[in-house]
Every structure is written in C-alpha cells, then in structure tokens.
Design a protein around this ligand. Structure first.
Ligand SMILES: *Cc1c(COP(=O)(O)O)cnc(C)c1O
Length: 625
C-alpha cells in the first residue's frame, strides 16, 4: 500500500499514478498537481474542492447500465428509474452538473425538506420523477400539489397516518370543484423488520423513525379508498440505511417489501406499480487490503433486486413492479476531491543539528550518542532496545532532578534518530515491534484545512477517507504520518494507526509545496461540514473537459470571506467595520500616513477567507487543544 496509497482498492480506475503524479484517468489526463497550481495561480491559498462532473456521469451511467443488464438477463418487465437524494449534496455546482450529465436517463431528485423540495421543483425536468420523503406539514404538502399542478411527475411518500389526513385536506383545497384536478402520486413508506448493517443502519427496522406498520398500511390504504384517492397510490418505499456493508439485509428487506407490494396488489391496489428501494449502496473507501467496506458489487446488488422482485411477482401472480432507487452516496462520493496544502512538518525538530551536547554529558547520553554512531544492520535490534532502555532511565533521572532540560532534549533527539535509523536498517522485517516504534517517530503534518468542515464524518463517525500526496509519487514515502488540521481543537486530527499506517514524504515545505488529496468526499461531507472555528466551505472549482479532451476550470467559487461569515452569524458587520476603522483612526500609536496604510490592509484582510495564506502564523503543536 505504501507506494500506491491503495488506489487500486478505492480508486475505481478514476485516477492513475504516473511517475511523480496522480492523474485523472480521463480525456487529456491532467495531473491533480497541475490543476491545483492553475487555481493557486489565481491567488487562492487555502484548501480547494475539485468537482469532476465526468465522474458523476460515470456513476449514473453505470447505475442505469447495470440495472438494464440485470433486467435484460431476466426478461424483467418493470421499468427502472433513479433519483438523487438531495440531502447527500445540495450544492448548486454539484446539482447543476448532476442534472446536466443525466439527461439521457429517467433521472430525478428526491427531497426530504421544504428547501430541498424547492430545489427539486426548480431543477427537475418536467416528466422526470420527484419523490418527497420525510416528515411534512400542510405547507409542504401544498408545495407538492403546486408541483403536481405544474405538470411534475411527483410522488409524496406517506410516513405516518397523520400525514395522510393532511394530504386529504390539501387535496380538497386544491382540487374540489377544479376542472383539471391534479394529485401527486402517493407512496407509502413501509416499516420493515429488516435492518441494515453498518454505522448508518438506523433508517430501517421496527425501531426506525420512519414508515408505516402493517396495521397502519392497511388503514392508510382503506382511507385512500374511502376518499377516492386510491387511484393515485402507486409506490411502496423503504430505505434501510446508508453504506450497507453486506448484501443480506437488503435481500431480506426486498423480500419483505416485495410481499407487502404483492399483498396490496391482491387487495385491489390496481394503480400500485412501483417499489422504491431507497439508497444504501456502499462506496469503497478502504485504503488497505483487509479493510473493505462492502462485500458486494453493484452487479450483485442489481441482480438481487431484479431477481427477487421478479420471483415474488411471479409467485403471487402480480405484475413486476417498476424499480426506483435513491442511491446518493454511490452517485456523489467520487466526484469531489479535496486538495489541501501541507503547512508544516512538526517533528523536524528531531534533527542532529538540534543536539546541544556539552563538553561533559551524563554517561547515559554519551552512551546514546555512541549507539547512534555505531548502529549497523547486524546490531540494530540490540542497540534499539538499549536506546529505549536508556531513555527510560534518563527520563527518570530528569524527574528526580539529576539531569537538566538540555540533557532531556538530547535524549529525545538521539532516541528518535536511533529509532529512525533502526527502522531503516530493519526495513525488511515486518514485526509488530517495529510498527509500534514507527508510531513513536511519526511525523505530524499540519494541513491547511478543517476536518470539521471538510470531513465531518471522519470526526463524527470515524469514517475513513482515502488520502494521498499529489506529488513525489515515484519516491517511496517513509514518514509514518498523522495529519493535523488548523482548527484549535484536538479532535481535528487523523491519528497515525499502527494497523492502517499512512506514510508520507519527508518534504521541506519551506522549499517546496506539498499537497494532500482527500478522495471520495462528494457525498454528505459538504452540507454536514461545520464552521467550527469559523472555517467555511473551501474554495471550489468544477473541472470539465472539452471536445478535444482539454480540461477547463469552471465556476471557481471562493470560500466565504471573513465579513460574510460573520454576517451569516447575524453580526452587524457594518458596525464591526466602522468600529475597527474608528479604533485605527483614533489610535494614538500611529501617525496619519501609517493609519491610512493600516486601513488599506484591514480592508484587504476583511475581504479574505479564514484559511491560512502563509505558514508563519502557526501555533506550536503544544498549544493546540
Ligand atoms: C439518505 C437517503 C437516501 C440515500 O442513501 P445513500 O446511502 O446515500 O444512497 C435515499 N433515500 C432516502 C429516503 C434517504 O433518507
């Protein structure tokens, strides 16, 4: 894994390593580094989120093609439709590209709130499906009726009996006495006893927040019949949770929902014709072998769905349902790559040049120095053990007051150097001891980004995201690495893990830029991201390719500037600006000319964003937390 950063596991052929670079495996194959430098040439200095619409297209085409193949193979008669659940990514630069690359398919949007519904109504082409899930009030249901009256192919999913009452009420308001009554399609979310597996499994099962029990389903259906709305009832919906790590829970849910569909058909629900299987299709985020996050492929997933629906329909003598999916993570994750500059490597303090040896050193330090100078491959292990032993003794001597701070610093540096040398000499031995030692000499990479803003699932759920540098890739990375973000929060760290180690290059970032790329960040991370410490959504750019295969940067959008961030928090920014200006003009510490210059500087700084532009202003690691 060291050299290819697991790209063959998580990369899905989207990126390739060539020489020093990681390239986009598409069209003219630009490297991530050259794209990054093009954007930085426009004076952007913080993290950059790159969007690749061709990867959205690839996922959508793959989804439709795979289901088409499964339906063809089995002679399945129901249709296939897909929707994008907006909660996974509502950013306009994403949604606009999504709709533009999916035009050849019956692809629509799923909404779970009023604001998402407005996006769906405004952006979905007339005729493509819209579904509306989640809890709704009268106003939201009215919006759905407005969409239906505007000609949209929209389905409202009933999550509870109270909602059904509201639908009946709103239907009367919109349609009573109308010459052209229009009613949305009605779906029912079913409460399954099947549950998913994985960190996001809470959406399914009897304890789930959502859906109707069998008793409620029957009651809801009877109510629809009673109010003359049964003709609009067309869909059964379920969603058993995101990032399903195993396929079996899905199969169980499909059998359960399929039989509910068949029973309702047999009861006379003639317009019922679709089953909506929600999302859950997993993404492979693993960067190491043996840590795979899913045990199935899309092909297996599609085959299972089609096969089970056909089997149930046949055995119950009902028509094969249309299949809807609402996979979001699978569609969106790969399209976004976050590039963040490394600002500093912290433990470069452990250099030989940092030694402060005295004319006369404590004997154990002399001993350490000798070990360092004479360590060889054949004695490496023995010397390493001696060094660790001496360190324990020296630290005890320090606690007891027998050696001073300079001695202690020399101890730290020498032991660190000895461990590094030993690991290098013993690199063919893959023992647990060496791995543990590596974590002791790990390098801390300070990176110009916020984990809370850009990888919130890493912070909140421990979700791994593949990470690799975008240069130096022909060199073997040797530094066991942990990654620190620039928030003042000790949780803003990706710790070094002995079981899943990350190695990066030992680069002098004062001499040369070094960037890390975080992959598969296109699903959920952007809107879930928090403005902890007031770090905002990073600068973003859309990378498209023209007919000749040349790449283009579109819609470059800068991160919010400082004043806009404060404005979002409802600060009176005019008053803040005025106050700061008065402080400068009223200061007795500056002359008129200096005041004018300072005011100019202030104006410039206020127009910039929170991310760091240079590395000078950085706190030392000890102050963090
Ligand atoms: C969240 C959600 C989805 C998307 O799930 P993914 O795991 O991202 O595919 C689909 N449908 C519903 C109802 C959801 O709540």
């Amino acid at each position: 894994m060291r050299r290819d950063f697991g790209i063959s596991i998580w990369g899905d052929g989207n990126f390739v390593i060539e020489g020093d670079d990681v390239r986009i495996n598409h069209a003219n194959r630009p490297s991530l580094l050259e794209i990054t430098q093009e954007i930085r040439a426009r004076e952007y200095r913080g993290p950059i989120l790159l969007r690749f619409p061709h990867l959205i297209q690839k996922q959508i085409d793959t989804l439709f093609d795979t289901f088409a193949a499964a339906r063809d193979a089995l002679g399945y008669r129901g249709n296939f439709y897909a929707l994008f659940p907006l909660k996974v990514n509502q950013f306009p630069n994403f949604v606009d590209q999504l709709l533009s690359v999916s035009q050849s398919h019956a692809y629509g949007l799923e909404a779970g709130s009023k604001a998402e519904l407005i996006i769906a109504m405004a952006k979905t082409p007339i005729g493509a499906p819209i579904t509306v899930n989640g809890f709704k009030d009268k106003e939201m249901i009215s919006l759905i009726y407005i969409a239906a009256k505007s000609g949209h192919n929209i389905t409202v999913t009933i999550e509870g009996l109270a909602e059904l009452e509201t639908i009946i009420e709103v239907d009367r308001v919109f349609n009573e006495g109308s010459e052209n009554p229009a009613t949305p399609h009605i779906g029912m979310r079913v409460r399954l006893h099947s549950i998913g597996i994985g960190a996001w499994a809470k959406s399914g099962g009897y304890g789930s927040k959502f859906g109707l029990t069998s008793t409620e389903l029957l009651e809801a259906y009877d109510t629809l019949v009673h109010h003359g709305l049964a003709d609009h009832f067309s869909m059964i919906h379920f969603h058993i949770g995101s990032q399903l790590s195993e396929i079996n829970p899905l199969k169980k849910a499909l059998r359960e929902a399929g039989n509910i569909y068949a029973s309702l058909k047999q009861r006379g629900a003639t317009s019922l014709k679709a089953i909506n299987i929600g999302g859950g299709l997993a993404v492979e985020y693993a960067q190491h072998p043996f840590s795979h996050e899913r045990n199935y492929s899309l092909k297996e997933f599609a085959n299972d769905v089609v096969f089970l629906m056909q089997e149930i329909a046949r055995s119950k003598g009902v028509e094969e349902p249309d299949i809807y999916t609402e996979s979001g993570r699978f569609i969106a994750a790969s399209h976004a790559v976050l590039i963040a500059p490394v600002l500093e490597l912290f433990s470069q303090e452990y250099h030989e040049s940092g030694l402060r040896l005295k004319a006369k050193n404590p004997p154990l330090i002399e001993e350490l120095h000798a070990l360092y100078q004479s360590i060889r491959r054949n004695n490496a292990k023995e010397y390493l053990h001696d060094a660790l032993d001496h360190m324990e003794s020296l630290l005890t001597l320090f606690d007891l007051g027998y050696i001073d701070l300079e001695d202690r610093s020399n101890t730290e540096i020498l032991v660190n150097l000895i461990i590094k040398k030993a690991i290098l000499l013993l690199k063919n031995e893959d023992t647990d001891e060496l791995k543990r030692l590596e974590s002791r000499i790990q390098e801390r990479y300070l990176v110009n980004f916020s984990i809370f803003q850009s990888l919130p699932d890493l912070w909140g759920l421990g979700q791994h995201f593949p990470v690799m540098p975008i240069s130096h890739l022909s060199e073997k990375p040797t530094s066991p690495a942990s990654i620190w973000d620039i928030t003042c929060d000790s949780d803003g760290e990706i710790a070094y893990r002995v079981d899943h180690p990350l190695y990066l290059h030992d680069v002098d970032v004062a001499q040369e830029e070094y960037f890390l790329a975080f992959f598969l960040t296109g699903a959920y991370q952007e809107v879930l991201g928090m403005q902890h410490n007031l770090f905002t959504h990073p600068t973003e750019a859309v990378v498209t390719f023209d007919a000749e295969g040349r790449h283009r940067l579109e819609d470059v959008r800068d991160a919010q500037n400082l004043m806009d961030v404060l404005d979002d928090l409802k600060y009176d920014t005019e008053a803040i600006k005025k106050g700061l200006t008065q402080q400068i003009t009223g200061s007795v510490l500056m002359q008129k000319q200096e005041k004018e210059k300072t005011l100019e500087k202030l104006t410039l700084y206020l127009s910039e964003n929170s991310y760091l532009k240079t590395i000078q202003a950085i706190v030392s690691p000890k102050e963090k937390g």
